[in-house]
Every structure is written in C-alpha cells, then in structure tokens.
Design a protein around this ligand. Structure first.
Ligand code: DGJ
Length: 579
C-alpha cells in the first residue's frame, strides 16, 4: 500500500512540474499574477511569456468588426473554444472608443474582455485607428470631418486619398492619445488577469495607389536630407542589413548623407501608373524574381521611415501605460504587380525590416499577413534580424493545418492565426487536429525553441524530399500520399501540403509529429554510418507526460526503414547505429 501511495505522490509532483514549463491553455485567465506578458530571449529566438510561462498562441482573427458588439459575439465564443483556440485577435475601433475627442467609452471592450475570460481565451487587441489596409476608415468622425486639422495623403497626380498623412503631428498625437487611453484602461481592468497578451498597432499600414505621399508636407520632407538617426543606424548595422535593402542602398552608392533620392536612388517615374491590382496566381518565374527585390526603393524606404516613426510614437504612448508586447502586420508584396503602392508602400515588409527596427524600437514584431502560397519563403524572410515570427492572418483548412506545424517547428513562431474564424459555419477539423498536436507538444516546443534541437518540414505533393539536420542525425522527409482505399471514389480535391515537426530530446531520441510525411534518418556524427529504428511508438502527451499507444514496426515503419506519419499523430523514436 505505502509504495503505491508514494508512487502516486511522485507522479502528481512530476505532472505539476511539467505543466509549469509552458502553457497553451489559458485556464489561468482571471487568476492574478505579477508578471505582465512580455517577450523573453531563448537561444536564437524570443518567446511570448504569459503568467511567467512561454505561451504559444493558437489563435484566430475575428472579422474586422465582430468585437464592436458584445451581442454579436455571444454565440461566437463557444465556437472559438470548440476550435481549440487559446487566443483571439479582436479589433478595437478608434471611432467606437472615442466618439468625441477626449470622451472615451470602453463599455464594449469591457464586455469582450469579460466574455473572453469566461471562455478561458486570451486576447490580442488590434488597434484599428489611423490606418487599416492602406486607408483610413476607423478614425472617429471628428477626425474624418476635419481634413484641414487632420490632413490626408495625396498622389503624384494630385488626388487626395482617404488616408491620414504620416507627416501630421495632429494625426499622430490624436491617435497616440487615444491609444494611451486604451492601454491605461487595459491596465486598469486587466492589469492582473492578463487576458490581453499582445497588441497590434494599426493594420496593414502604407500608401495605396501611389509609391509615396506627394502632399506638400511629404514633398518637403522628401526633398530634405535623410535623417541622421537613420543613417547612423544603417552605418552601424551595415554588415547585417537585410540583403534586398542593402542591395538597393549599394546600387545607389552606399552614400551616407544627402537627400532621399541622393542616398537611395530615383523614385517612381511619373509616367509609371500604379495599377489597382488583381493578384492572380499562377506566377511566372520573372514574377518571382521581381517579388524578391525592391522597386524604386527610395519611395518605399521614405514611407517606411515615416510610418515607423508615427507608429512608434503611438506604441510608446501605449507602452507607458501598459508595457505589453506590440507588433505591426504587413499586407505582403505580391509576385505579380510587385510595386510599392499596389501593396501599401512603407508597410512593415520583409525588405524594410531594418527601417522599421530603426524607426520603431517600441514595436517588438513585424508580422506577415500570410495568404501567399510562398509560405516557407515568407516565414524565412520575416524571421530575420532577430524579428520573431508571428502570423496574425493566414488561412486554415488542410493547408493551415500543415503550415502551423512548420511555423512553430521551423521558425519558433510565437503564434498562428487564420483570419475570419467567426465566418466558418463548420469546425475546421484539420486545423483543430494540428492545434491539438501543438497543445500536446507545447512544453517540448517551448523548451526547444531557439536551441537548434527542433525543426520542421513543409512539403507540397510534388516537392522532392527535404533534408534537415536536428541534433545528431539528419532527417530526410518525403511527401506521403494518402492510401487509396479499394473501391473508394478518388477525391477531386488537390492534395494538400504535408508537414512534420522534429524534436531531438536525446542523442538518439526524437518526437516526430505531423501528417502525410515519411522520415528516414542518417547519422551526422562519427561512428557506424547507418541509422536503424530501435523503438517506434505512437502516443499522446497528457499533461506534458508521454503516454505510449501502439508500438510500431513492420508495415507501419516501412519494415524498419522509415517513420510513416500517414495519419496525423505523434511518434517517439529511438535510433541505433550499425554498419
Ligand atoms: C487583410 C486585413 O488585415 C484584414 O483586416 C482584412 O481586411 C483582410 N485583409 C481581408 O479580409
């Protein structure tokens, strides 16, 4: 008897220990804790820390205006819980919280906070204020109507856009004051519970319809010198600048002072009309080429600096009140029509990460709204120069289910969030499956992020096998097509991408999770040159503890040659070596 009681106590202690390592569940919303959400460095990456533990945001973004009505949201919350989310991206409208200048109404926000808490969901608030998708539909009426006091952007052709100018202190200060009021309120009503874990400042900023602002204020700045502050930063970081940007500066002679055009080259020729684009794959090879470089870089760099400075002032004002992590999201450059102005020029694109890091130090993350098919490439382009990967907008479904594994496993992502989650009428079972796998693996993922002991692959049906070095072995992953069941009608749907995460938990031990992938191993350290599969078991993690299911061999390991992750799941494998 005594021995069994002792064993149970030991077991309880170890579960308690594991669950303090990381959280993807937000069961602790409502329980007071000291540490406010923040980013913490681990190895080569930074993790989001919530209530003292790394937090992997398994999120979804609501449609733009869903959170402007507590009633509208009531039937939606249970759906979000069913979708295995632990956090929700919800818009906060400047116009709704400050209908009259200096008069704030947070009643709707308080309702959203209350209901998120009661569903154990964390919130990422999206500050829809000066800018939204390269235009300005969220400023309050007292701003919109007073276009003298709150000036707009003008195109080279002289057309005024419904877009607040970055060159107006009045625009900036009005936005910053409202944002400070919002963050002061968040601190007051959520300072202990930390339901709000992160803030997005504005939404997809930049100039649409032209590659830069041509209003008088803007032209005056454009004809002036590049700020010394920016030049000092670029000189200081010259060897680690993003290559696309560095090439643009180099092409103009690496000048260290002068006007914007003297330093970064000529802007868009007046006779080049910016098309209002319709983005349409498939892309031609030359499209991809132009997608990976800058066009009339000076216009985009000039706007990026001015948006960064403005957004930084807004973020700083908010952080003084409540210092939680803040990010900006980018409407991505597209392969065809790759010109600034087709996508919002000056937004936080991969090619201007340096400008945003120089101009907006109060912004912690530059985040891609990743709808493009070049998922792996865009993740790699944004996860540079110490910029952590957070994906506030993307798609769910089978593709999302694969891509979320890749984002967390390969790029130490902080979070993943399909857009418009309240629009779906049926549960997204593919994504739910992947969110469940990540929830199970969360303590391990959090432990291995930034340490080079974890990786992942993302494979399209016709992709060649991919090799990744993780720990002491090299893993070769191939796309595994679903088995064709005799007599079953072949699906007309194109096969989705596949993905798998690999975590090296010992010299010859791995946890491998995902779907539609087969994996072989080879050693990359001295010794017998052939890897063999010793123990292979499928299983689950419960409360952070591994619970093995079937022990696999024979048909389920290619007769001992490879791991077979045809169906979604987690496998633990130990290897031996022979020659
Ligand atoms: C990207 C924006 O960030 C979202 O708010 C939304 O407008 C989508 N585009 C389109 O639904």
């Amino acid at each position: 008897m005594k021995l069994r009681t002792m064993f149970c106590c030991a077991l309880v202690c170890c579960f308690a220990l594991v669950s303090t390592r990381c959280t993807t569940t937000s069961t602790s919303t409502g329980s007071a804790s000291q540490e406010i959400p923040h980013l913490r460095k681990q190895g080569t990456t930074r993790q989001l820390i919530v209530d003292g533990k790394p937090f992997l945001a398994l999120a979804g973004e609501l449609s733009n205006n869903s959170a402007t009505s507590v009633e509208y949201m009531r039937p939606i919350w249970p759906k979000l819980v069913e979708a295995k989310l632990n956090s929700v991206l919800a818009g906060v409208s400047w116009a709704q919280i400050e209908p009259q200048q200096g008069k704030f109404d947070f009643s709707v926000l308080d309702g959203v906070l209350r209901d998120a808490r009661s569903h154990n969901l964390r919130l990422v608030l999206l500050w829809f204020a000066s800018w939204k998708n390269g235009l300005s539909s969220y400023p309050p009426d007292w701003v919109k109507k007073d276009f003298q006091r709150f000036p707009r952007v003008r195109t080279q052709a002289g057309k005024t856009l419904e877009l607040l100018s970055t060159f107006s202190d009045a625009n900036r200060d009005a936005d910053a004051a409202a944002f400070a009021a919002l963050m002061r309120h968040v601190k007051e009503v959520d300072g202990q519970q930390h339901t709000v874990i992160m803030i997005q400042v504005e939404n997809e900023v930049g100039v649409l319809r032209d590659s830069r602002d041509h209003a008088d204020l803007a032209n005056k700045a454009f004809e002036g010198p590049v700020p010394k502050e920016l030049m000092d930063y670029l000189l200081q970081h010259k060897d680690s600048l993003i290559p696309e940007f560095r090439d643009a500066w180099k092409a103009a002679g690496f000048k260290t002072s002068g006007t914007w055009e003297e330093v970064f080259g000529k802007g868009r020729p007046a006779n080049f009309e910016i098309p209002i684009r319709v983005d349409s794959p498939p892309y031609k090879p030359e499209d991809l080429e132009s997608f990976r470089k800058m066009h009339w870089p000076v216009d985009e760099i000039f706007m990026a600096w001015n948006y960064a400075r403005y957004v930084n002032k807004v973020a700083e004002s908010g952080k003084k009140e409540c210092n939680i992590p803040m990010y900006v999201n980018a409407w991505l450059q597209q392969p065809n029509y790759p010109w600034p102005g087709v996508y919002p020029s000056g937004g936080p694109e991969a090619q201007v990460i340096d400008i945003w890091q120089a101009g907006a130090p109060a912004i912690d993350i530059l985040a891609p709204d990743l709808y493009l098919q070049y998922f792996a490439e865009v993740c790699a382009r944004f996860n540079r120069n110490g910029n952590p990967l957070f994906i506030p907008e993307t798609r769910g479904g089978p593709e999302g289910a694969a891509k979320v594994l890749y984002a967390f496993g390969r790029h130490d992502a902080i979070g993943f969030s399909p857009m418009g989650i309240d629009r779906s009428t049926t549960p997204d079972n593919d994504l739910i499956g992947s969110y469940d796998i990540i929830t199970q693996l969360a303590p391990l993922i959090a432990e291995h992020q930034g340490k080079g002991t974890m990786s992942a692959v993302l494979l399209a049906p016709d992709d060649p096998p991919q090799k990744v070095r993780v720990g002491n072995h090299t893993l070769e992953a191939s796309y595994l097509r679903p088995r064709v069941v005799a007599g079953a009608q072949e699906s007309q749907q194109p096969l989705p991408s596949s993905a798998a995460i690999f975590i090296s938990t010992g010299p010859d031990e791995y946890y491998v999770a995902g779907k539609g992938v087969s994996v072989t191993f080879s050693p990359n350290t001295p010794g017998p040159e052939i890897d063999g599969l010793a123990t292979v078991e499928e299983g689950t993690f419960v409360g952070g503890g591994w619970v093995p299911g079937r022990r696999l061999a024979g048909d389920d390991t290619g007769q001992g040659i490879n791991l077979d992750l045809r169906n979604e799941g987690i496998q633990r494998v130990t290897l031996y070596r022979y020659r």
